[in-house]
Design a protein around this ligand. Sequence first.
Ligand SMILES: Nc1ncnc2c1ncn2[C@@H]1O[C@H](COP(=O)(O)OP(=O)(O)O)[C@@H](O)[C@H]1O
Ligand SMILES: [Mg+2]
Length: 310
Amino acid sequence: MDTVLGIEDLHKDYPGGWRKPRRTALSGLNLEVPRGKTIGLLGPNGAGKTTTLKCIIGLIRPRSGRISLFGEEIIKANARKSVGFLPEQPYFDLYLTPRKLLSYYGRLAGMQPGDIKARTSYLLNLVGMGDETDLSMDKYSKGMLQRIGLAQALISEPEFLILDEPSSGLDPLGKIQVRDLLASLRDSGTTILISSHQLSEIEELCDGVAIIHKGRNVASGGLEDLLLSREEYEVVLEEAMPSPPEGLPASVSWMDARLTRLVVDRDDLNGALRTLTESGAAIELVRQRRMTLEEYFIEQVGNEGWETGP
Ligand SMILES: Nc1ncnc2c1ncn2[C@@H]1O[C@H](COP(=O)(O)OP(=O)(O)O)[C@@H](O)[C@H]1O
Ligand SMILES: [Mg+2]
């Protein structure tokens, strides 16, 4: 498969200082982003997501490891020209207006002035800034700066978009707008790497995920494969049972107090169905149970330091 980003065995330490020990942020990280896919880089706070993205963009240098973009080592600066980046903390010059900022980034990307003007108006509308674009940026809220940051990342119509916590600071409506915008970019073929600890956003947008914890890979793969990996089945009954029948396998757990839905391991499915039908239950539906990303996650990294809210 055509790979847009490949990372192999990446290590990064941050130097210590007075009374501060040296910190290892990445210890042997691997990541692959295939062309046209949307991949979620997930991990609790401090896992190493921002460090990884900064290494890709070249804002910091790893201690060791290999990073290739579009098949070229990133030492060659031109590999980065088709990349749009939304940093975790947009570090803009806050005395510029959004228009001036976008035109600055457009010039950096080598765009023509006429194209910059048209694209700036288009993008400011697209991210929901509308006509409110003539104030200097110190006058905008965190959510609005985040939208301007997204417009900045899109200025040169990048083939590959790297986003560090794109919905951070946005209100619920803003989150939905950003998610829809990313979905439409994905559908039009943009390759996207998105770091987040917002599991619901990742579950809706991504084809695949890489879960990292303490600078190392914990799990990665296609979202569907991971969420179906537990091989559990859900059984739905036509009517509630008066009480759980005797002799159900130990792996059965009921999902509702009315006793109409249960979950059972694959190896125990036939035994459970036999016991249920012998006790007079009518089976409405049997299907493999898909975990939520949140469940999968907690199974992989534990819930220490984990934020699951919207
Ligand atoms: N500039 C820095 N100096 C020292 N330590 C840092 C610096 N930036 C990040 N770290 C440390 O590196 C680890 C990974 O951080 P980061 O990549 O920001 O994680 P994430 O984005 O997943 O929350 C954390 O332990 C963090 O404290
Ligand atoms: Mg971060």
